[in-house]
Design a protein around this ligand. Structure first.
Ligand SMILES: *Cc1c(COP(=O)(O)O)cnc(C)c1O
Length: 378
């Protein structure tokens, strides 16, 4: 074996990406350094236009992070004390954190054992249980497009309509994905994006955006991201926040957007190679029907927590990184368990024990992918 066969593989390789996109990136950054409009510069508006166009949404509002995007959307709906916000237990912490920050209560819903997306049947029963208990007012559903795949949007829309609940999409991991031949971004009343560096479309720092077809809501989001300002700068219409997207981040994202289609195709090809190499050895990710994943995360399932521990150690020995998303479902987190009503969420509990993410990013070579497959097979 040559020494290059033992070279550690990166879980995420922003340096290699930077080399590949360097000239476009530098041109974009130089333009910002030349005009010095670091807050709400022209790149922010340009990016908003490009993202809206990509998603087929009427409006896009650039904000400071995916978390702040969730917060601005919930603030605009007036979500707060006494409100129940239904969301999956198997997601990143931010989805549950925001309702709590606003004084509302997250109601954790279990997920589908195949696709890992929120389980619509369980969602229905959780809404009924909250109504029956009579303590909280059901207000909103947050559908999370987990790992790059879409949540079950047709079912979520039906439930939101029947139950008269606000429907929002936490698409932090899945911008670039498609459902029924259409890009994600318009499945709910508002869709939030994150540009954290490790997301499929990532900046060089924090950033986010909100997509919506509703111009009135978009105007409120724009006001909220700038301290609740009105038509003049020093008129304060509502309690807002400092939630703007940096011009420099917008410039980075504009550069990266030029390569995004290619990168999504590369991620998809890597996923297909993993499927072919690993199917039968471990449980490879099930696809949501009629969709295309953005492949934020390629997660396999192994037989048990012990098996996963051994596999991770073996991979590490062979220079192959892996990661656990998520080692603890949110209803079991120290910060959230006291807010949980005690419902049992067996699928989320089980996934946390057995799930393992393999590297999937556009800089992986076919040789890297073959090495990951060989290492998993042992
Ligand atoms: C990353 C992420 C967020 C938060 O985005 P930030 O930009 O890091 O604030 C929210 N929800 C999900 C599902 C995420 O993966």
């Amino acid at each position: 074996m040559s020494s290059s066969d033992d070279r550690p593989i990166a879980f995420l390789d922003l340096a290699a990406q930077q080399e590949r996109i360097g000239p476009v990136l530098r041109q974009r950054l130089d333009a910002v350094l030349a005009h010095c409009r670091f807050v709400m510069g022209p790149e922010v508006t340009e990016l908003e236009g490009r993202l809206a166009e990509w998603a087929g949404a009427r409006e896009c509002v650039g904000v400071s992070s995916g978390t702040d995007a969730l917060q601005i959307v919930m603030m605009a709906e007036g979500i707060g004390r006494g409100d129940a916000v239904f969301l999956p237990a198997f997601t990143y912490t931010a989805t549950a954190e925001v309702p709590l920050v606003l004084g509302a209560t997250p109601v954790f819903v279990d997920v589908d054992p195949q696709t890992f997306q929120i389980d619509p049947e369980h969602l229905r029963s959780r809404i009924q249980a909250v109504r029956a208990a009579g303590k909280l007012r059901p207000r909103a559903i947050v559908g999370v497009d987990l790992f790059g795949q879409p949540a079950p949007w047709p079912e979520l829309r039906r439930i939101a309509e029947q139950e008269n609940l606000f429907l929002m999409a936490d698409c932090a991991q899945s911008f670039g994905a498609e459902l029924a031949g259409k890009p994600l971004g318009c499945e709910a009343t508002a869709t939030t994006l994150s540009f954290f560096p490790s997301k499929p479309l990532g900046g060089y720092g924090d950033g986010g955006a909100i997509l919506t077809d509703d111009p009135e809501r978009a105007a409120i989001y724009r006001s909220l991201r700038t301290h609740g300002e009105g038509t003049t700068r020093y008129e304060v219409l509502r309690t807002g926040m400092n939630g703007r997207l940096d011009t420099l981040q917008a410039a980075v994202l504009l550069a990266k957007l030029d390569f995004f289609k290619q990168e999504l195709a590369r991620r998809d090809a890597i996923a297909a190679q993993y499927d072919a190499g690993l199917g039968g050895h471990v449980q490879v990710p099930a696809r949501v029907a009629d969709s295309r994943s953005a492949w934020a995360i390629y997660a396999i399932l192994v037989g048990s927590a012990e098996e996963r521990e051994h596999l991770q150690a073996r991979l590490k020995d062979k220079g192959v990184p892996s990661a656990i998303y998520y080692p603890l479902p949110l209803h079991k987190q120290p910060a959230y368990r006291d807010h949980h009503d005690g419902a049992v969420l067996p699928v989320s509990d089980d996934l946390a024990q057995r799930i393992l993410a393999l590297p999937i990013h556009p800089e992986l070579t076919d040789q890297d992918v073959a090495r990951v497959i060989a290492a998993v097979k042992g």
